[in-house]
Design a protein around this ligand. Structure first.
Ligand code: GRG
Length: 291
């Protein structure tokens, strides 16, 4: 684990003490400390460093966004949503702790995220209160009825129905990309970025968020094609809209190239190439990953 990853993990461990009733805090700790790729904390810290402050200033943001992300995964796995039994290599929270505990554990994590962000920024003293409040508002906006929750409702409501490219984009932008963008934007806010820099980070993160999804969809097709040694891929779930289904594989790949170029163009506006390098590597890693 990287030094930043370790710092985030330890901060989350401290933020989640075992208290009464133990079952609730154990359920919260079970999912948050299970790991995951920590893409959102990486984004938050890299954006903070890009605009000038050290990683420590972004730790409360990194933890808070990861708590919101984890609660969305807990709720997403529940029987009333996707009804999945495995997550991050272990039993889904509702399987391990039961449905009502999983539901409340997600609720408690959502509340804790905002408490942790506000308290963490205040304790650090390097982040002005006005910046901390802007980050709180951005995260709330990304999680709620104009963000992740909206994307999830749109996704569930469109299951089994024909989905237009505009609706597919709406779902991904809200369900996934809004939280990734909030991580980067909040990192830039607490990092002391100018309005122009924050806007640039937002455009970078939007492109990378969509890129992540398009690559995911294309890999679903091409991975199987390679295994089969032919150009046609596996039949994707009939009720799930994807970019290759709506655009064709070649056009989806061209879209990937376009999104990567858009993300990289945003970083060129920053003078210090060394500080921009982690975000550039992240975009390329997402674009060129093979699984
Ligand atoms: C946030 C208020 C609020 C409600 C949640 C259930 C729900 C509403 C939304 C579901 C959101 C969801 C599960 C989106 C998928 C996002 C996604 C790409 C998950 C996988 O992210 P990774 O690959 O996972 O970064 P790890 O485990 O590595 O962190």
């Amino acid at each position: 684990m990287s030094a930043n990853g370790k710092a985030v993990h330890e901060a989350q461990d401290r933020a989640l003490p075992v208290c009464q009733p133990e079952r609730l805090s154990e359920s919260m700790r079970y999912s948050v400390l299970a790991g995951g790729k920590r893409v959102r904390p990486v984004l938050a810290i890299a954006a903070c460093e890009l605009v000038g402050r050290s990683a420590a200033a972004a730790t409360p943001v990194a933890c808070a966004v990861e708590m919101v992300h984890t609660m969305s995964l807990i709720h997403d796995d529940m029987p009333c949503m996707d009804d999945d039994t495995l997550r991050r290599g272990r039993q889904a929270n509702h399987v391990a702790f039961g449905e009502y505990t999983a539901l409340l554990s997600g609720d408690a994590l959502l509340a804790l995220a905002f408490e942790h962000l506000a308290r963490g920024c205040a304790d650090l003293r390097v982040v002005p209160a006005e910046r901390a409040l802007r980050a709180v508002a951005k995260l709330g906006n990304a999680a709620g009825a104009g963000g992740v929750a909206a994307g999830q409702v749109a996704d569930k409501a469109s299951e089994g129905k024909p989905v237009s490219l505009a609706m597919l984009e709406f779902i991904h932008l809200h369900k996934t990309s809004r939280l990734n963008s909030a991580a980067a934007v909040c990192g830039a806010i607490v990092g002391g970025g100018t309005d122009g820099q924050i806007e640039s980070v937002l455009r970078y993160a939007r492109s990378v968020g969509l890129l992540f999804q398009v690559v995911d969809d294309v890999l679903d097709v091409t991975r199987t094609s390679e295994q089969l040694g032919k150009t046609a891929g596996k039949d994707q779930a009939a009720d799930k809209a994807t970019y290759p289904k709506l655009l064709g594989v070649e056009q989806a790949q061209a879209y990937m190239t376009e999104l990567l170029a858009m993300a990289e163009a945003e970083l060129q506006g920053f003078d210090d190439a060394e500080r921009a390098a982690p975000l550039q590597h992240l975009a390329r890693f997402i674009a060129y990953r093979q699984n």
